[in-house]
Design a protein. Structure first.
Length: 100
């Protein structure tokens, strides 16, 4: 895995359609938090983000259509719990191994 953290937060708001201000469109804002594992050349980091962000946005779109906002938030929280529990378990095992 290229990143130690690759997470995003998205919000959806209504906004006037630039082509027809009498109509509303959905405006999606996606903020990405990425942290590479160790030193990485900027170009490699930018390339990886450029490849991963569209995939993540498609997943957000699919989840929002399939699950609705409540389902998306539940899924997001469950995935975060899974990701955060894995490193903690590994770290505990590593510390125990060193102490033994």
């Amino acid at each position: 895995q290229f990143f130690s953290t690759f997470d995003g937060q998205w919000t959806v708001t209504s906004a006037p359609d630039p082509e027809d201000p009498s109509q509303l469109v959905s405006k999606v804002k996606y903020v990405v938090d990425v942290r590479p594992k160790g030193p990485v050349p900027i170009q490699a980091l930018e390339w990886r983000i450029e490849k991963d962000v569209p995939t993540n946005l498609r997943a957000v779109k699919t989840a929002s259509i399939d699950l609705g906002q409540e389902g998306v938030m539940d899924l997001r929280n469950n995935l975060r719990k899974e990701r955060s529990s894995r490193p903690i378990t590994v770290a505990r095992n590593a510390v125990r191994s060193q102490a033994e």
